[in-house]
Design a binder for this molecule. Structure first.
Ligand code: NAX
Length: 538
């Protein structure tokens, strides 16, 4: 497998990084099997005619790594093929690499066998990698960047920050948690077949990685003869005065996701903005609501306090974008939840603030409030899935749980799963990566897509609108959350790539990228030999 891992990596380099090879390649090898991979890469590149300088921090300590080192020695003693100048040079001291003009550095110091702070020669070699990188070299890590814990995602001081990671056999969870350190991730087949799921040693079923191709199979089809009523009718509720934009973005993203009809239920003053900025949406004013306290009991939160036009029939509701935190907004939330209790629902932003507020007022936990709010919902619940998706960002989730968000990703995933089970709803925790947990679903799904373009006001509203449409089109809650987050993240990646940087992009670029992502998400990508799956660099 080591031979296949190293050979597949060398062919990846020759195919995608040929422009970086003119001045040779620097290879740093550790003492374990990760170092063994590095020897194979060095040997195969040298056989292909690339000049390679290798620094081994010490002699190899595993049988496989020793065999790989002797492959390199054979390559060396074979005179490096027909060329006159030696193509492999070994260097005793990593600092001797510093004057090198090489534009590609291979980090084969530590892989999955690393534990704790970086020690001694490894630490020094990492410093050399950093300095070569500062001079413009591109860093490719083998399996995982040195200093990044493959399971927990924890980073040691001095960890390598790679532009590309060639990952072997199984996508390591740590790479998804630290995408800035992993860079572009290419999952290579080392003879094990497709093991794209992220698994932890302790509990292989806990985590599941969705790549865009796997997600594509779940996107609901739109029939060629569909009419607008069959493409999903979505109600977006929010848009208090001054926050019409949030409802507008949710409505626009819902339409771009394929909704047949979008209704926007917004504050009276927000109606003109909705009509001007999302002409296809039908705008409605918040109903007149009485002024009693919204939270006398969790069950009271379901008592209708006003009426909306009875003829508005919808297939899903998205509540929260620009809803606001006023008492009136809280009452509208109750009204909408009560009025539409039989259809699937997304609760976002200020809707979650009101849930946490109700919990505080009543002295109970927010999961209980949410379970009361949604208890009587039908639809997907009857099939054993939650019909409600809550989409908090980390701050909102911390408020819902009443405790700071754990720093460990495993602890976050566990907490999310427990909360989802108690509340009886699907929980989508935004971030990089985004996590999705649902009652009755044994794994926490990991959505690794996205860029910092999403770290801007209004991007969550777009996601809410998209999930609303997917629910309206009949997708179960967990799948709707995963598909929505994947497409949202891929659109950010595409928009960022088009602009060349995050700075200078806006939500208009995100929305502008959505048609292409929806169009191409189902396309089976043409993959190079050995490549099982791929995540672009951030
Ligand atoms: N398991 C498999 O089937 C395959 C494994 N492969 C490679 O093997 C790697 C795992 O190899 P190993 O288990 O030998 O482990 P590594 O090669 O990742 O590291 C082990 C060595 O690093 C040292 N070390 C650990 N933590 C350190 C620290 N903080 N500072 C300094 N030194 C430290 C250990 O003392 C040991 O000598 C994978 O990441 C991958 O690159 C590939 O060849 C493909 C097949």
């Amino acid at each position: 497998m080591m031979l296949q891992a190293g050979t597949a990596t060398a062919s990846l380099i020759l195919r995608d990084y040929a422009g970086h090879l003119t001045h040779g390649v620097v290879v740093l090898a550790g003492t374990g099997n990760n170092g063994g991979d590095a020897y194979v890469v060095a040997a195969q590149l040298a056989r292909a005619g690339v000049r390679v300088r290798v620094h081994a921090i010490d002699a190899p300590r595993t049988d496989d790594a020793r065999r790989a080192a002797s492959l390199l020695t054979t390559t060396l003693s074979a005179g490096n093929g027909p060329r006159h100048a030696p193509l492999v040079e070994t260097v005793d001291d990593s600092h001797a690499l510093l004057p090198d003009q090489a534009r590609l550095v291979i980090d084969g110091l530590l892989g999955t066998g690393q534990h704790g702070p970086l020690r001694d020669a490894v630490r020094q070699a990492c410093d050399v990698i950093h300095r070569l990188q500062q001079r413009g070299a591109l860093v490719m890590a083998l399996d995982v960047p040195t200093g990044l814990d493959a399971s927990t995602g924890e980073l040691a001081d001095g960890a390598v920050r790679a532009e590309c990671t060639a990952c072997y056999g199984t996508l390591k969870r740590g790479l998804l948690m630290q995408r800035a350190h992993a860079g572009r991730v290419v999952l290579l087949d080392i003879g094990l077949g497709l093991h794209a799921e992220v698994s932890s040693q302790a509990d292989p079923d806990t985590w599941c990685w969705y790549d865009a191709t796997a997600v594509a199979a779940q996107v609901p089809a739109i029939a060629w003869d569909a009419h607008k009523g069959r493409r999903g009718r979505v109600l977006v509720a929010g848009g208090e005065m001054g926050m019409a934009g949030a409802a507008v973005y949710a409505a626009r993203a819902a339409l771009l996701a394929g909704a047949g009809v979008v209704h926007a239920l917004v504050d009276t003053q927000s109606v003109p903005a909705v009509q001007a900025l999302c002409a296809a949406a039908l705008a409605h004013r918040w109903p007149a609501l009485d002024n009693t306290s919204p939270h006398t009991s969790a069950a009271h939160a379901l008592t209708p306090v006003g009426t909306m036009r009875p003829d508005i029939a919808v297939d899903a509701v998205a509540v929260g974008p620009g809803l606001g935190r006023s008492r009136r907004a809280g009452q509208l939330l109750q009204h909408v939840v009560a009025r539409h209790r039989t259809v699937p629902m997304v609760l976002d932003a200020d809707a979650l603030w009101h849930a946490a507020d109700a919990a505080q007022t009543l002295g109970i936990d927010a999961a209980t409030v949410l379970s009361h709010w949604t208890r009587d919902m039908m639809g997907a619940r009857a099939q054993g899935d939650a019909a409600v998706v809550c989409t908090p960002h980390p701050g909102e989730f911390a408020r819902l749980t009443g405790a700071p968000l754990p720093t460990s990703w495993q602890a976050r995933a566990d907490l999310l799963q427990q909360f989802a089970t108690r509340a009886g709803v699907t929980m989508l925790l935004k971030g990089t990566p985004t996590l999705v947990a649902s009652p009755g679903v044994s794994h926490v799904s990991v959505v690794p897509h996205g860029t910092a373009l999403l770290a801007t006001g209004g991007s969550g509203d777009c996601l809410t609108g998209m999930i609303g449409t997917l629910l309206a089109q009949g997708l179960p809650a967990h799948e709707a959350a995963v598909v929505g987050a994947t497409v949202h993240g891929r659109a950010a990646e595409l928009a960022t790539a088009r602009a060349g940087a995050v700075r200078g992009t806006t939500l208009e670029d995100l929305l502008g990228a959505l048609p292409e992502v929806w169009h191409t998400i189902g396309a089976v990508p043409v993959r190079a030999p050995y490549v099982l799956a791929e995540l672009p660099g951030l």
